[in-house]
Design a protein. Structure first.
Length: 314
């Protein structure tokens, strides 16, 4: 939307968008100090792909999205294993990073937590996302989202409704065999390299198809007034998504880690879920109040102002 608005004014938004990604790294550092494994740093790196495709035709943008979502790295490993029977998948150096990260999480010192999260958390996140195929898939989803925007498929119209109906059917049909294949693939294949490459790609295809089911279902249900009224309150959270993301890290960190309430080692999943629901409800009403009073989240406003900051010229 930002690129289109600037393009109409005859301005290339690429440079400004790159600066916006650099600012996102700053938010990622703050958020990552409280929660290891945050995703903003990955988004900032992967977001560069949108700068590369911004001037392409819609067909080439769609082709780029398809190739990225195809999991090319995992397929390349699979082909290598066919060529060389002794081929071994590369092992990323994450073991020691996980150990040092865990030490910070179990510490009662806020300084130790921030130190370990900052030094090791971002590395662990990047290695993990690369190892499970999430990095390339995220790039593909970014490009696909850009293509959907070019085609106005997030705008309610007869054409967009037809598109999402077809997408729902295709994604649902694809998910069923992919799910059963993914669940049983390791038992069908004896080679670890194939399981770790082609098997990983199949798992990501499965996740992708289910994602399309969810998105398509939401887009179609949103046409109905009852559903739109039911989920309409989510717009308050959506308009403060960056603030919400960072705030939940700060609150969750205080609740679960040792420097705060330290509940992490003492509660199981059900209680943790209950705590998360309570915190979300509190945040929801806070976001609703803030949007009604100020119209924009604090971090969103800061990001916007810094995005359009101008250097003084002598």
């Amino acid at each position: 939307m930002m690129y289109r608005k600037q393009a109409k004014a005859g301005v290339d938004f690429g440079g400004r968008f790159f600066w916006r990604l650099i600012l996102l790294v700053g938010f990622a550092i703050v958020n990552g100090a409280f929660f290891p494994g945050e995703i903003l740093s990955l988004y900032a790196m992967v977001g560069v792909v949108l700068i590369l495709v911004r001037g392409w035709s819609s067909n080439f943008v769609l082709l780029a999205a398809f190739l990225l979502l195809l999991q090319p790295i995992e397929l390349w490993h699979y082909v290598q294993s066919l060529i060389d029977p002794d081929y071994v998948l590369p092992v990323l150096p994450t073991g020691n990073l996980w150990r040092m990260l865990k030490e910070g999480q179990l510490s009662d010192s806020f300084f130790d937590l921030v130190k370990s999260n900052t030094l090791y958390g971002h590395k662990v996140t990047f290695y993990w996302s690369l190892q499970v195929g999430r990095t390339v898939q995220t790039a593909g989803l970014f490009v696909l989202g850009y293509w959907l925007g070019i085609k106005d498929l997030f705008v309610i119209s007869n054409a967009s409704i037809r598109f999402w109906k077809r997408m729902l059917v295709v994604a649902a049909i694809a998910f069923i065999p992919l799910y059963f294949l993914g669940e049983n693939f390791a038992a069908l294949v004896e080679t670890k390299v194939v399981v770790g490459s082609l098997g990983k790609a199949i798992t990501m295809y499965q996740n992708l198809s289910f994602t399309f089911v969810l998105v398509s279902g939401f887009m179609l249900l949103y046409q109905y007034g009852g559903f739109r009224k039911l989920v309409g309150g989510l717009r308050y959270v959506g308009r403060m998504s960056l603030t919400a993301y960072v705030l939940q890290s700060i609150l969750g960190s205080f609740v679960f880690f040792g420097y705060g309430l330290g509940l992490g080692p003492h509660v199981r999943h059900t209680v943790s879920l209950g705590i998360g629901i309570v915190l979300w409800i509190i945040q929801f009403y806070f976001f609703k109040w803030w949007i009604n009073k100020y119209g924009q989240g604090p971090l969103e406003k800061l990001w916007h102002r810094l995005t359009w900051i101008q250097l003084k010229k002598d």
